[in-house]
Design a protein around this ligand. Structure first.
Ligand SMILES: [Cu+2]
Length: 82
């Protein structure tokens, strides 16, 4: 996953359960990868500076919506299939 030009790319990613997904921020601005479901969501990166990465292994099937807490218009989803 790439974070570029204030967007997550791809905006929708489909992976199988057990897949480790890594986000890399290539923007000069700081971004986060944060679950939308509230504090119970699994994605909670700290602020990612340029070239910082954040990884998470999705073990449970489902649809995981997330955003950047600094720029809430940045949204994307990961679909995890069994
Ligand atoms: Cu951001």
């Amino acid at each position: 996953m790439t974070i570029k030009n204030f967007a997550f790319s791809p905006a929708k990613l489909t992976v199988k359960a057990g897949t480790k997904v890594t986000w890399t921020n290539t923007d000069p601005d700081t971004h986060t990868v944060t679950s939308k479901q509230g504090s119970g969501g699994p994605l909670k990166s700290k602020g990612l500076a340029t070239n910082d990465t954040y990884s998470y292994t999705f073990t449970k099937p489902g649809t995981y919506a997330y955003y950047c807490t600094i720029h809430p218009f940045m949204t994307a989803t990961v679909e995890v299939t069994p």
